[in-house]
Design a protein around this ligand. Sequence first.
Ligand SMILES: Cc1cc2nc3c(=O)[nH]c(=O)nc-3n(C[C@H](O)[C@H](O)[C@H](O)COP(=O)(O)OP(=O)(O)OC[C@H]3O[C@@H](n4cnc5c(N)ncnc54)[C@H](O)[C@@H]3O)c2cc1C
Length: 459
Amino acid sequence: MVNALFVTIPKATWADMGTRAGTMAVINLIPLLCGPRLSMVTKLLGISLRTSLASHSWIGRTAIALAAFHIVIITKDGDRFSRTWGSVFGVVAGSALGLIFILSIRPVIRRAYEWFLNSHLLLAAIALLAIWRHLPTKTAAAKFLNIGICQWAIISAVHWSLFARRNFVFGRPFATAVVTPLSSAKPVLDMPASEAYPTLLQVDITVPRPWRVRAGQHVFLSIPGLGLFTGLRGHPFVIAWWDRDRSGLTISILVSSKNGFTRELSRNANKTFRAFIDGPFGIPHDFGAYGTVIMIATGIGIAGHMPYLKDLVSGYNSCEVRTRRILLIWQIQNEGQEDAVRPWMVKPWMDKILTQDTGMVSLHVTESGKEDEELGTHSKIKVTSTSPDIEGLLRKEIGGRRGDIIVSLCADNAIADRARTQVQTHMDKGVRLVELDFQPPSFETAAKDTRGMEFSCRG
Ligand SMILES: Cc1cc2nc3c(=O)[nH]c(=O)nc-3n(C[C@H](O)[C@H](O)[C@H](O)COP(=O)(O)OP(=O)(O)OC[C@H]3O[C@@H](n4cnc5c(N)ncnc54)[C@H](O)[C@@H]3O)c2cc1C
């Protein structure tokens, strides 16, 4: 809207509006030029990664639409489109922006994320260079472009300096990543059994320069030993657990295997690698300020909630949080996935959380047709085979709440949509909804295959 006003007011000829649209397109490029990772600027601005990604794509689309308007006006006005290098670079810039638009559609991103990311960066660099050559030096647009390029250079320099500081410490070894399988090796599709690999992994990374880890942080992990192209690009993972002792800081991540970096990681389970980490990024949420905390996770989304759960239970024991009721609903897909999660569930992580209570925390299980099954050494987690009744549960919890309530989502689209709709229906001052930066992928199989796992702590 603002862009349209700037292009059309004060009243001008089509040719002038075309020029203004070009200038506005360049101005819109400025917020897009925020260095090699969106996460850094996102953290500085104190906004969520989702908001940042959504703004990035909307501002990008606006810039492309304005550039398209500029191109249409110029080509209509045959005299202005001359056979000069300036025009050639204009065509190159326009084509690069057009390709960015086409390659940013959802099916491409979903199917070939890595390919999308590389092409996006390359095309953005080509577009910038071409616009720079296309613009006459003394125009307003050229000045705005210079501002954008300087901003990009400064943010990139800060980013790589922080990366170097995090990974290179004089007299200390590089970070090491120990990959441990948490599920048994399973063949995928028609793969021979000999090539089967585990689908759930725990990666423990000992970092050379420790920091104060907080719930909600994620890091980008690169492992060059997995291959130059696969291993070098950083992949984001939530810090699910961390241990700090005299020898330093070890952060642990839970990895669900996909087709690229994570598959290579699974193929190399039980090995130790040299690693590089970028971060930490992410905005922590203050769950301890709420009387009731409801956490909803699907599959590997549990990794996003683990650190908050840990903080809340220890904060409860030391009387540092207001939270008196925590309800965690975790949906997993099927027997196969449950098998993958089970060894992790009985690991000391969950045990540590659940044995920290002072006797005031009790766990309850929703009724199910199936006999309850106990899980873990603490006998506090029980499994039910019914899928969670998100609507009923939220209605009940929000309706009968004491104090403020926060609902946190680290769940696939289907569950997140249901929870969001339900919370919005009951939205008021004391109700808050947060969606964590990581959204796990949707389960592919039908809902009837799902089994629910639900456990809550009450104080
Ligand atoms: C903030 C955040 C935290 C995350 N935390 C976890 C976690 O704790 N555990 C976990 O298993 N997964 C987590 N993920 C998802 C994880 O980053 C991807 O599954 C992983 O990068 C896939 O790598 P791949 O090369 O094997 O994927 P591919 O098979 O190439 O792609 C599979 C899907 O993974 C996603 N993806 C691939 N590369 C990237 C990338 N560089 N950045 C972001 N997404 C990518 C895309 O959606 C893609 O469709 C998190 C993602 C984000 C954004």
